[in-house]
Design a protein around this ligand. Structure first.
Ligand code: 3EB
Length: 345
């Protein structure tokens, strides 16, 4: 089988047959629950969209002969899968009644929601016998606000970490690529790709691994790899996590959005080089050959972000979204991905 990825209106396709799932971005997106396939609603403004398009849609497809796609709803997750790969979406409101019972009662609500959501996610992967989590998209409301004495992003990290422990999963190194992004409102929303083969995690030599961050960034470290390679049948996927203007473990270029963009691209370039040392596909990965999504904190920075990134990324596809970023001093974050055909044996 193979895995592919498109941008554009999925409803306009001939059939949904090979569709695993995807995402819709815009201020007027239909709720996740209303979608006929697992489709994560990211309710956030698109910036500088071509011809003012109000909606951006992306979808993952399974290809190849006789790809049977199964679909289900379990553990609160809407999922689709083939024999090798599963895409799922799960949302959990912080006032969900399950969070006022043991062992979650009394915890900060977002921490509890994160732990329960990830416990469900890991149970699904075990039940479906596709245990390897490759890529996760995390969206949470009011990410930089605090409650119960802890910033909400740090609550999320705590809950995610507890769920990894509860599932007896690795909390260092063998972690998915991820992003964790702030939206105005709504439930905790997580979309994910998982499969059969262990990912090959990549770290950035310019940065401390996130799972080794010192406790000044919160009581539990963020559980993600800087990037990951995954084999999906005849396709090699490169997932570059949300990447920002961080060197070592510190934010650099405070208040300078253009310089933050340049530093971010240096970090992504570094990850592309790491990927090429381990890649199995025929062609090397490159900045210009990836698809990119930029999360921009302030709408008035959109033009600067776009015009700084576009040439550095060699004109590669770039979608800009207005959203919050997990550190209050980060003005921009970029995530990237590519799918390459495997070198023939
Ligand atoms: C950073 O490098 C920026 O918590 O899953 C980037 C990607 C970031 C993923 C996550 C956080 C996450 O620390 C923040």
């Amino acid at each position: 089988m193979s895995l592919s990825y498109t941008c554009g209106p999925v409803a306009a396709l001939q059939s949904l047959e090979g569709v695993l799932g995807g995402a819709a971005i815009g201020t007027n997106v239909q709720p996740t629950a209303a979608a006929p396939w697992p489709r994560q609603a990211l309710r956030a403004p698109l910036l500088l969209a071509a011809d003012g398009a109000p909606l951006h849609e992306e979808a993952w497809f399974a290809g190849g002969p006789a790809q049977e796609v199964q679909e289900g709803h379990s553990e609160g997750i809407h999922w689709r899968r083939t024999a090798d790969v599963l895409y799922g979406v799960i949302e959990l409101h912080e006032d969900d009644p399950a969070l006022s019972a043991a062992p979650f009662a009394g915890l900060p609500p977002l921490q509890a929601a994160s732990e329960l959501l990830y416990r469900r996610l890991f149970r699904l992967l075990q039940a479906q016998a596709l245990p390897q989590l490759w890529r996760v998209w995390n969206y949470l409301a009011r990410i930089n606000e605090s409650s119960h004495g802890l910033e909400r992003y740090r609550q999320f990290n705590f809950g995610r970490h507890q769920a990894l422990l509860a599932a007896q999963r690795d909390t260092g190194r063998q972690l998915p690529a991820a992003c964790a992004i702030g939206v105005e409102d709504g439930p905790l929303s997580v979309a994910f790709l998982a499969g059969r083969t262990p990912l090959r995690p990549l770290e950035n030599p310019r940065q401390v691994s996130a799972w080794q961050y010192p406790t000044q960034y919160g009581p539990r470290a963020p559980s993600f790899s800087r990037a990951a390679l995954a084999d999906v049948g005849h396709t090699e996927a490169l997932f570059v996590s949300g990447t920002a203007s961080i060197v070592g473990h510190e934010t650099v270029h405070l208040g300078d959005v253009a310089a933050q963009c340049e530093e971010t691209v240096r970090n992504i370039q570094c990850l592309v080089e790491q990927a090429n040392r381990q890649a199995r596909s025929a062609q090397p990965f490159s900045l210009a050959g990836l698809s990119h999504r930029a999360y921009v904190r302030h709408a008035e920075h959109a033009r600067t972000v776009h015009d700084t990134l576009q040439p550095l990324l060699g004109g590669a596809p770039l979608v800009c979204v207005l959203s919050d970023i997990c550190r209050a001093d980060l003005l921009v974050e970029v995530e990237s991905q590519a799918l390459h055909p495997m070198a023939s044996a």
